[in-house]
Design a protein around this ligand. Structure first.
Ligand code: NAD
Length: 468
C-alpha cells in the first residue's frame, strides 16, 4: 500500500481498534456471540417504524416488503444462534496411515476484520445477514451501506451503535469515495453486494492484501418455459418475480425463453397476472400501493434507455411501457421480438421489464444462455420431468428453481446463496456466512509418547518405498 495513503486514511485508527479487538473476540463463546446477534435483532425489530419510513422514502415500498426483510433476518438470527455452538466446535476428521496415533481436526477461527460494502435494494437484510455471520465467527465488522439508500443507512448506523461498541461493529456511511478509502485498508475478508464493474474493483483491492472476498453480484437470469409448463402458474409466478420491488431484485428473471408454440398464451398469462396483482381495480399501475419506484433518476434513466433502445431496434411492446420520470415510475412491461444487438439483451435490466424470446429447439435456448456470463439464478418451468432434467444438466447458475422463482433466497438457511464467476463468488446465508468469515485451521496433535517416532526421520533407506 502507498505509505502516504496509509497515513492519511481517515479510517486507519478505527481499523486499528477493530483489529486489536479481534484477539479478544476470538476467545468468546458461542453463547456470547449469540447474545450479540439476538440483541442486534431485537434492536432492529424495535426500529421497525424507522425502517419502514426509510424504505418508503427510498423505494416507496410497503410494509410487506419491509416485513419480509425483517422475517428473513429473524429466521437467520434464530438459525445461527441455535447452531453456532456446533459450528464452532472443533470438527474431528478421519485419521490416515501417515497420521496414525495422532489427533486430526479442523478448528474454526475468526478471519479477523471484515468489511461489507452493501447495497440498497433490501438494505436491512443485506446488512445483517453478513453482520450476523461475522459476529458468529468472532470477527469485527465494518458495514458501509449504500449511499443510494441514505435513510436506511442512518437507521442501520443507529441500530448498530445502540447494541455494540464501534471497535466490534462500525457503520461508516458514505459513497464510492468512502468505499475506496476503506478498500485501502488490510481487511481480512470483504463482502460486496452490487454490480460486477465495482465487484472487479473490490476484488483487485482485496488482492493487494490477500483478503478473501465474497462477491454477491447479478446478471441476466434466464427463465425457461417448456411446452409442458402450466402456463397460468408460470405467468403468475414470473409476473410476481419480475415486478416485485419494481424489478430491483438480483434474482429476478430478466428474460424468458419460451417454447414457440406457447409464446402468445404465455404473454397473455403474464399480462393477466400483472394486471391482477398491480392493477386489479383498474385505476392504473402507477397507483398500486404494491408497486415500488426505481431507486433514483440515474437508474430510471438507465432502464428507460434500455427500453427505448429495444423499441428503436424493433422490439414489440406487448404490455406496459409507461414511464414517469418525475415519479421514478416504470410500468410492468413485456417485450417480444428482442434481438441480441439490443442493449436490453446485453445488460442486466434491474427493472420491471421482461423480454420474452421464443425457441423451437431446446438447444437454441441453451445457446442463448451460454452466450452470457453464468447467471446468479436460473428458472425452469415444466411439468415434464425429462425436460426439467435436460435443461438442468445443460445450464449452470448460482442457484436454480424449478416451477417457481425468487424463492431460493432467505427462505431456507440450509441452502447457501451466491453466484458463479461474474454473478458472484462465495456463499452466504446460514452456516455459509460463518464459514466465509472463518479460517478453517487444520490441526494435527501428536501424542506423548509419540505414535510413530521413526518413519519421518533419517536414515531413510527405503522406508517410504515399502509403503507405495
Ligand atoms: P450500489 O451502487 O449500491 O453499489 C454497491 C456498493 O458499492 C455501495 O456500497 C457503493 O458505495 C459501493 N461502490 C460504488 N462505487 C464504488 C467504487 N468505485 N469503488 C468501491 N465501491 C463502490 O449497487 P448497484 O451496483 O446499484 O447494485 C445493483 C447490483 O447489485 C445489481 O447488479 C444486482 O443484481 C446486484 N445485487 C446483487 C445481490 C446479491 O445478493 N447477489 C443483491 C442485491 C443486488
Amino acid at each position: 500500500m502507498n505509505a502516504v495513503l496509509k497515513e492519511s486514511n481517515r479510517f486507519r485508527t478505527l481499523f486499528d481498534r477493530l483489529q486489536t479487538r479481534v484477539h479478544a473476540l476470538a476467545l468468546t463463546s458461542a453463547e456470547e456471540r449469540a447474545d450479540k446477534i439476538r440483541r442486534l435483532l431485537k434492536a432492529t425489530l424495535e426500529a421497525r417504524p424507522a425502517i419502514l419510513a426509510a424504505a418508503h422514502k427510498e423505494l416507496r415500498v410497503n410494509e410487506t416488503d419491509v416485513d419480509a426483510q425483517l422475517l428473513m433476518i429473524k429466521s437467520e438470527a434464530e438459525f445461527i444462534t441455535r447452531n453456532l455452538a456446533v459450528w464452532m466446535a472443533p470438527q474431528p476428521v478421519q485419521g490416515s496411515l501417515m497420521t496414525l496415533g495422532k489427533k486430526c481436526y479442523i478448528r474454526y477461527e475468526p478471519k479477523g476484520v471484515v468489511l461489507h460494502l452493501s447495497t440498497w435494494n433490501a438494505p436491512i437484510a443485506e446488512a445483517f445477514v453478513m453482520a450476523y455471520g461475522a459476529i458468529a465467527a468472532g470477527c469485527t465488522f465494518v458495514l458501509k451501506p449504500s449511499e443510494l439508500a441514505p435513510h436506511s443507512a442512518q437507521v442501520l448506523a443507529d441500530i448498530c451503535a445502540k447494541v455494540l461498541p464501534e471497535d466490534e461493529l462500525a457503520v461508516v456511511n458514505g459513497g464510492a469515495d468512502v468505499a475506496t478509502e476503506l478498500l485501502q485498508l488490510p481487511f481480512n475478508h470483504i463482502f460486496y453486494i452490487g454490480g460486477h464493474q465495482v465487484g472487479r474493483i473490490v476484488m483487485r483491492a482485496a488482492a493487494e492484501h490477500f483478503a478473501t472476498v465474497t462477491l454477491e453480484m447479478g446478471g441476466k437470469n434466464p427463465v425457461i418455459v417448456d411446452a409442458s409448463a402450466d402456463l397460468d402458474e408460470a405467468g403468475r409466478k414470473i409476473a410476481w418475480g419480475r415486478v416485485a420491488n419494481a424489478g430491483q431484485v438480483c434474482l429476478a428473471p430478466d428474460y424468458a425463453l419460451v417454447h414457440a408454440s406457447i409464446v402468445d398464451a404465455f404473454v397473455a398469462a403474464l399480462a393477466r397476472h400483472m394486471t391482477a396483482m398491480y392493477n386489479a381495480d383498474g385505476r392504473g399501475f402507477q397507483r398500486s400501493p404494491d408497486l415500488p419506484r426505481i431507486v433514483n433518476r440515474r437508474h430510471f434513466d438507465r432502464i428507460k434507455a434500455l427500453l427505448d433502445d429495444a423499441l428503436d431496434k424493433g422490439a414489440k411492446l406487448e404490455f406496459g411501457g409507461d414511464t414517469d420520470a418525475d415519479d421514478l415510475y416504470i410500468a410492468p412491461t413485456i417485450l417480444t421480438s428482442v434481438t441480441e444487438d439490443m442493449r436490453i439483451m446485453q445488460e442486466e435490466i434491474f427493472g420491471p421489464i421482461l423480454c420474452v424470446l421464443p425457441f423451437n429447439e431446446r438447444e437454441e435456448a441453451i445457446a442463448t444462455i451460454r452466450r452470457r456470463p453464468k447467471p446468479l439464478g436460473a428458472y425452469i418451468f415444466a411439468k415434464d420431468r425429462a425436460a426439467i432434467d435436460w435443461f438442468m444438466a445443460r445450464t449452470t447458475s448460482g442457484s436454480l428453481v424449478v416451477n417457481h422463482n425468487l424463492i431460493q433466497s432467505g427462505t431456507n438457511p440450509h441452502l447457501p446463496f451466491g453466484g458463479v464467476n461474474a454473478s458472484g463468488i462465495g456463499r452466504v446465508g446460514g452456516r455459509a456466512t460463518f464459514l466465509e468469515c472463518s479460517n478453517a485451521r487444520s490441526v494435527v496433535e501428536d501424542q506423548y509418547p509419540a505414535g510413530d517416532p521413526n518413519i519421518m526421520f533419517p536414515p531413510y533407506s527405503d522406508k517410504y518405498k515399502k509403503m507405495i
